[in-house]
Design a protein around this ligand. Structure first.
Ligand SMILES: C[S@@+](CC[C@H](N)C(=O)[O-])C[C@H]1O[C@@H](n2cnc3c(N)ncnc32)[C@H](O)[C@@H]1O
Length: 193
């Protein structure tokens, strides 16, 4: 089937391998390149529905994995979930009580897009900054963070803000991203605390 319907090779591969979305392969690529997750890491995943990153995370760590999303995340064995907004102080409180030590925060969250490019870009960066703020509140010193963003005029601000809090910050384009997309990931390691 043609890629204009979204049923491209990556989509079909995700279906065949039992992943809830094609996004699974993006996290695999990030992990292969940056090794952001270690076997004993507790992970918080922001914007985690429908849950393909959670499926990958479960294979990468033996520790706890918590997924947060505005939408309900259908049950996955060995995964804890919170239905809520990553900006809600109650969600933050819940994470703190579930997971006293957080080693990795990942964020693949995306706002609903309006179709107005500059407005949408600003919304994405705002959400990225909120995810960064969340990570800075919960991460253990030395912890890692990765967030999905988009290239555009506001991006350098996000990059600079991330560099203030982590010793190593890189950007990553994934092969699984749809052609023509300006999507990229900011991968930050070694939280300054
Ligand atoms: C592209 S999907 C994530 C896909 C996911 N990584 C996976 O592999 O299945 C983006 C998600 O971000 C969520 N989201 C957007 N804003 C959010 C917020 N403020 N708090 C929590 N989740 C949010 C949306 O509900 C949506 O489910």
């Amino acid at each position: 089937m043609g890629s204009q319907w979204g049923y491209d090779k990556t989509y079909m591969r995700a279906k065949l391998e039992g992943y809830r979305s094609r996004a699974a392969f993006k996290l695999m690529e990030i992990q292969k390149k940056f090794e952001i997750i270690r076997r004993d890491d507790n992970i918080v995943d922001l914007g985690a529905a429908p849950g393909s990153w959670l499926q990958v995370e479960r294979t990468l760590t033996d520790a706890r994995v918590v997924g947060i999303d505005l939408n309900q995340i259908a049950h996955l064995d060995g995964i804890e979930t919170i239905e809520g907004d990553l900006n809600d102080p109650e969600v933050l409180q819940q994470v703190r009580s579930m997971m006293p030590v957080v080693n990795v925060v990942l964020c693949d969250a995306a706002p609903k897009l309006s179709g107005h490019k500059s407005y949408d870009q600003a919304r994405v960066i705002e959400l990225n900054e909120q995810a960064l703020a969340f990570a800075c509140k919960v991460l253990k010193q030395g912890g890692n963070f990765a967030v999905k963003s988009f290239q555009g005029t506001d991006f350098p601000e996000l990059y600079a803000a991330t560099r203030e809090h982590f010793y190593s910050v890189k950007t990553c384009l994934t092969k699984s991203t749809r052609k023509g997309s300006t999507e990229l990931y900011v991968v930050a390691k070694n939280f300054k605390g």
